[in-house]
Design a protein around this ligand. Structure first.
Ligand SMILES: NC(=O)c1ccc[n+]([C@@H]2O[C@H](COP(=O)([O-])OP(=O)(O)OC[C@H]3O[C@@H](n4cnc5c(N)ncnc54)[C@H](O)[C@@H]3O)[C@@H](O)[C@H]2O)c1
Length: 359
């Protein structure tokens, strides 16, 4: 596909009403801002139960500076969303009647499903909740879209790179057969299959997105990218298991949302059903990640640890399909994107320290 300029996507989006279920989270609010800036009408349905202000207040063992920083991140999300006119509907997508009222009120033409416990480790600790937040909410979305396939032209499902399980080679593409392990990855795989079943049996237009190892502004999920910069700022070591040779396809949130915007804008309607890896497309080591942190915080302490036995084996997710069909072109390497994020984090940490001292 010849390159489609990002700004030109506005023409495809300005008449769309896009509902983000679980949209107040890290990915959702960043996507909402991009879509609204391109002229789409965006609504968020979120019950604010995961990674929320309340959780942040009560999370045991969180230091005051950390609590203040996360509170700023969360409040900034809502201020930014309000500035661009995104509608926030506080509703629990596990309840069909609640979600039904949101559909009735917002009248979406596209729905993006993102509600989940967005961490395989947390999901393992609460498998029942993982099941409900990922699959009961998805069931309700699909059941509400089913009688409205004429009005709602696309359901996008946020899956995960974890559906691939342990990588056998250096990279996987969308034709690689998934071998998910654990409750989180299996619930994602079941979600994908449900979405495809509703497409073949009821004619829904669908898109499945598989992201990987995201980092970026206002995330409070405490993935390794956030833990490393925070440890560097608080004098704690950055732990490198097996010397840090484990690889992940680290992806800046701006690259992911560019790809999602393209997949929403260029979707061709009810006959269109695709699965896309949307990542940077080149796995890097944990040691590379640590090196970027050290370039921003020179005092950072790097400490080697033995490798955990059950560590998943990951690598690159090929993005050739998204390149070809969507004109997707990620722009941010670790040395540019992650560095920019670390510098932002340093500023935010300082801001939180000053607020904490003032109180
Ligand atoms: N962040 C990543 O690196 C990553 C990678 C792969 C896949 N994903 C997937 O992308 C999606 C979004 O991830 P994220 O990082 O933004 O997570 P997040 O925790 O920041 O956001 C998830 C949002 O879903 C909301 N939610 C949960 N249950 C709900 C319910 N019953 N009703 C309404 N809202 C509900 C939460 O309150 C939260 O705001 C998830 O499905 C996640 O599994 C994320």
């Amino acid at each position: 596909m010849s390159h489609i300029p990002y700004e030109s996507l506005s023409g495809h989006l300005k008449d769309q009403r896009i509902l983000l279920v679980g949209g107040a989270g890290f990915i959702g609010h960043n996507l909402a801002l991009d879509l609204a800036n391109l002229g789409a009408t965006v609504g968020i349905c979120d019950n604010l139960m995961v990674n929320s202000l309340i959780e942040n207040c009560y999370e045991p063992g969180r230091a005051q500076v950390q609590r203040t920083a996360y509170q700023n991140f969360l409040l900034d999300r809502f201020l930014l969303l309000r500035q661009v006119g995104v509608e926030l509907m506080n509703s629990d997508a596990r309840l069909l009647a609640d979600l039904g009222r949101v559909f009735e009120r917002f009248q979406p033409t596209k729905v993006v499903h993102m509600a989940a416990i967005a961490s395989a480790v947390d999901a393992k600790a609460e498998p029942g909740l993982c099941f409900d937040l990922q699959l009961i909410t998805l069931r309700n979305v699909l059941e509400l879209v089913r009688p409205k396939v004429k009005e709602i032209n696309q359901v996008m499902f946020m899956s995960s790179s974890t559906v691939y399980g342990d990588f056998e080679g250096d990279s996987v593409d969308e034709t690689t057969f998934p071998r998910p392990e654990g409750i989180y990855a299996n619930a994602k795989f079941m979600g994908e299959r449900l979405v495809r079943t509703y497409r073949t049996q009821y004619g829904l237009g669908t898109t499945v997105v598989r992201p990987s190892a995201l980092y970026g502004e206002r995330c409070i999920s405490r993935r390794v990218s956030q833990v490393f910069i925070e440890n560097a700022l608080t004098g704690k070591p950055l732990l490198l298991e097996g010397g840090g040779d484990g690889k992940l396809d680290f992806t800046y949130i701006k690259d992911l949302t560019q790809g999602m915007v393209r997949a929403l804008a260029l979707h061709k309607g009810h006959d269109d059903s695709s699965t896309f890896n949307l990542t940077f497309g080149n796995a890097r080591t944990i040691a590379d990640l640590a090196a970027v942190v050290k370039s921003v915080v020179p005092d950072a302490i790097l400490e080697e640890r033995p490798r955990a036995k059950d560590k998943p084996i990951r690598g690159t997710l090929s993005i050739e399909r998204a390149r070809e069909k969507l004109g997707f072109e990620p722009e941010w390497t670790l040395e540019s994107g992650f560095k920019q994020y670390c510098e932002w984090y340093v500023d935010q940490w300082r801001r939180a320290q000053q607020q904490t001292e003032a109180n």
